[in-house]
Design a protein around this ligand. Sequence first.
Ligand SMILES: [Zn+2]
Ligand SMILES: [Zn+2]
Length: 266
Amino acid sequence: MFYDYHVHTSFSEDSSMSLDEACLAAIERNVVEMAITDHLDIDYPDRDFQFDLDYDAYSAVIYKARAKYEGRLNIIMGLEIGLQPHILDECTAFIKDKNFQFIIASIHAVSGMDLYGEEYHLQKTKKAAYTEYLKELLACIKSFKSFNVVGHIDLIRRYGSYGDSSMKHTDFGDLLDLIFEELINTGRGLELNTSGFRYNLQSTMPDIDILKRYRKMGGEILTIGSDAHTPHHIAEYFRLACDLAKESGFKYLARFPSGKPEFIKL
Ligand SMILES: [Zn+2]
Ligand SMILES: [Zn+2]
């Protein structure tokens, strides 16, 4: 039985999966609960993509599917919100008065540049690029509190051409520890994202040494997400991810049926 807490559907500009397709794939893959976490990325730098979210249509489709699949699959209405320092008030305003049960906070753009483009990485060392990314993440989560977990905390590993793309705790520990301290002290948590395997990172995001450090510092809130944009990626590598979580010292995963974490045994 799996809990996939990071799935995109056609409400995200980069996915064409219908919610029905996602639900059927989830049921087939022993997922008992799935959080749909479509994108909201306000002022996303790449103007070819508009990651806005039609909340009324989104919630209507989710409520309908919830009734349709009742007893077979729990559907959590979630959101993946892209944070940038200058849009945090708008993020807060968007969420207010909406019924999201679960929110992932992610950094997809830094210093006004999307991470996947070349511009951000130009004339930067790996150390500088990763440090700026983590600093921006820390600044954002200190100001913006309306989320449950940080998504793919080492996403920057997917981009740039730095040869070794790893983010080791030994190299970035000061910032990572400040981020974990902030999360732990404010009742928020971390996501273990399995999409790293399909993006050739040969590991989850984050990798196990960072996950172990979060646990060692007292981190308890952990969700596992596939970041699926197509049916065949739902719950992919979840058995392995559960094993990695256990190996890192976690005994429970968090789920968010009511906005607050509830814990299920790993
Ligand atoms: Zn993301
Ligand atoms: Zn995502």
